[in-house]
Design a binder for this molecule. Sequence first.
Ligand code: KG4
Ligand code: ZN
Length: 337
Amino acid sequence: MLFLGIETSCDETAAAVFDDQFQIRANVVASQTELHRRFGGVVPEVAARAHLRQLLPVIDEALHRAGVKLSDIGAVAVHHMPGLIGALLIGVSAAKMLAVALEVPLLAVNHIEAHVFAARLVAGRDIFPCVGLVVSGGHTALFQCHSALRLELLGSTRDDAAGEAFDKVAQILGLGFPGGPAIQREAETGDPKAFRFPRAFMEEGNLDFSFSGLKTAVLYTTHGYDRRPTEPPTGQRRADLAASFQQAVVDVLVEKCRRALRRTGLRRLAVGGGVAANRRLRESLAAMAEQEQAELFVPPMELCTDNAAMAALAVEKWRSGDFAPLDLDASPNLVFS
Ligand code: KG4
Ligand code: ZN
């Protein structure tokens, strides 16, 4: 049984072919980074138009790489929330059209649940129940994952998402867009202890996150308290700022995961979302997991950032007959069924 997965929630147009044993046959991602770079962030209308242009060629490419025809597809899965509404609607409309034309079931996948499920795909075996951390451009949330489709929220960000903080701090430091990879690169030659930036919500029992104070601290340290924009920092100072900022984010994420493991008594941690591509974070999570005697599941970079292979969570829905109606709505917000 073959599935076609579709992802258009933000600025990656993606399609994948996978089977009912969770084998990924093809995983194609067309990035829009170059289109958005000059705006310093993702512009929703630009993203939606680019999805419209790119989605059908991306689907064709996925089928071609998998060596299958459209008529071989037995179900169509689409990320329908959360995300940019105009962007999501392109993927949802295309998925409905294909499901009707092929007379196959339509499956609706929650993009955040799918980010956790990417770790299951790579593990090649069941990883549930586990603690799940999703750290992306739009979300930062910790879950107790009872199963692939039953996630209980333990904590989430009260303001900026971790990836959003990376992107905004990269702007402050004059490092461009997208910020995560740029800060990681800059931080390689920096001293993570050079600046002592705040770590928020670290009091006992709190599993929520806040990154906007950290971002403001970097802004004040860089440009001074009158906030009049000055030239971005350069040289060693910039590398130190990047490294110290990155360390503050990593410290908070790792510590909250440790607490979530202890609170739930679970011994497995699955991490997903674009920020999970961060090398420093991956290394620190691995060290913490070892101390806690927990298993860590982090997908390779290309399955951390947005992709359609993680829509293979739809196989679980298909197995339980949880099909989506043809009047399926896209939703910008995170809603759990
Ligand atoms: O999951 P994702 O591709 O899209 C959303 O669903 O938001 O995450 C994108 C975010 C961006 O904020 C980007 O700066 C961040 O992931 N990111 C990183 C790294 N690579 C991407 N953040 C830190 N370090 C990285 N290496
Ligand atoms: Zn995402």
